[in-house]
Design a protein around this ligand. Structure first.
Ligand SMILES: NC(=O)c1ccc[n+]([C@@H]2O[C@H](COP(=O)([O-])OP(=O)(O)OC[C@H]3O[C@@H](n4cnc5c(N)ncnc54)[C@H](OP(=O)(O)O)[C@@H]3O)[C@@H](O)[C@H]2O)c1
Length: 353
């Protein structure tokens, strides 16, 4: 397979009103050329959306650090078209991973550059599953597994999003027990994955956590939401002495975020600071962990929860949906038709079903 000179790509050149509002499907975009020793050209098959695809771009960072026009999209599955010398991949291989720079993206296009050291072979999972894994899956993996002893009790604040649905399953598969917060309408999804549920819309979350911890306190808190700083300040009332409080959202350009975050991070215990260690977390690319996630999915030990899958032409709606913050599992954009005979995903719906 060789690449054409031009392709279709979704792009925006200013962020006023949000990425979804500004995105345009351009049809005469030059197909990028690999230049570095690790760069290969891929034909993009699917991408999945994460909050990182729009949140940093909607801050001041956009004006200083993003190249324009900007093509969003970080997590992808692609078919290798062109490889650098000495590359272990071959033309036609299907690979999945994250763009070199997750903030800058670049994958919501028919062709894109991928770094050879940020992808692994798709193996026996589908392009929808592969695209869903990288950022959400590795965030779930890294925020939980390296931080707990065997048979821990874990609280995940925000169980129904892309990260939470992976987190529940990874933790349970590793032998831990999990309680999550989610709204009543998503309770069944979280329960079906094996979690106990606290409906954050019905109660004072902190009071319910305290009640839930009477028999046994929590050993780890993973906060995917961060709208209730009380959960950190009073963590000693529902967690064990050594428990960590892992915060996954991090928005240094947001004054309201920093106003709460700085005292949480900097105020020492003896001056009234929090009594549990706060970890502000950034997921890191890790090929072994990506491979492990792929194999767990192939072996059906965990599954991807899909919010919806939309065709390339409806990527704008996909961005509108992620911006609502109401996603249940992962949003997929199908960039290209995949090979015929591929197993169809009954679990992936379009937005209007
Ligand atoms: N640091 C990193 O490396 C890293 C990596 C990935 C993600 N993150 C961050 O982690 C967070 C989660 O990411 P994600 O991909 O899982 O997001 P997501 O898929 O967009 O999360 C949406 C889910 O959050 C739930 N939710 C919203 N408000 C809630 C609340 N107050 N309590 C409980 N659940 C609530 C929604 O359910 P309802 O509609 O029912 O409320 C929805 O199911 C984001 O802030 C993201 O920026 C950080």
């Amino acid at each position: 397979m060789s690449a054409p000179q031009q392709m279709r790509a979704w792009q925006y050149t200013n962020n006023r009103g949000g990425v979804a509002k500004k995105l345009r499907l351009e049809s005469n975009v030059k197909v990028p050329k690999p230049s570095g020793p690790k760069e290969m050209l891929v034909k993009v098959l699917t991408i999945s959306l994460n909050p990182v695809d729009h949140k940093p771009a909607e801050t001041l960072l956009y004006h200083f650090t993003f190249s324009k026009p900007t093509t969003p999209g970080a997590d992808f599955v692609g078919e290798v078209v062109q490889i650098p010398p000495g590359c272990s991949f071959q033309k036609g291989d299907r690979v999945f991973g994250t763009a070199k720079n997750a903030f800058a993206g670049g994958m919501l296009a028919e062709y894109a550059i991928a770094d050879t050291d940020r992808v692994v072979l798709l193996g026996d999972i589908t392009p929808e599953e592969g695209a869903a894994i990288p950022i959400a899956g590795l965030t779930a993996y890294q925020s939980i597994l390296p931080r707990v002893k065997p048979k821990s009790r874990i609280f995940i604040n925000g169980g129904s999003g892309g990260t939470g649905t992976f987190g529940i399953q990874i933790a349970i598969a590793a032998g831990h027990t999990v309680t999550v917060s989610c709204s009543g309408r998503n309770a069944e999804v979280c329960r079906s994955l094996g979690a106990e549920v606290i409906d954050y819309t019905q109660s004072t979350l902190f009071q319910d956590l305290k009640a839930a911890s009477i028999q046994r306190k929590f050993d780890l808190v993973v906060d995917n939401i961060y709208t209730t700083p009380e959960l950190f300040w009073k963590a000693h009332e529902y967690t064990t002495k050594d428990a960590l409080y892992v915060l996954t959202p991090f928005t240094p350009t947001s004054p309201s975020f920093m106003k709460h975050f700085l005292p949480m991070k900097l105020l020492p215990r003896f001056l009234g600071g929090g009594q549990r260690k706060l970890i502000n977390f950034f997921s890191q690319p890790d090929l072994d962990q990506l491979t492990q996630m792929r194999d767990w999915i192939a072996d059906k030990q965990i599954k991807v929860v899909f919010d919806c899958a939309l065709p390339f032409e409806q990527a704008k709606q996909a961005f509108e949906r992620i911006a609502t913050g109401r996603t249940v599992g992962k949003i997929i954009v199908k960039v290209a038709e995949t090979r015929s005979g591929e197993k169809d995903r009954d679990s992936v719906r379009s937005l209007d079903t």
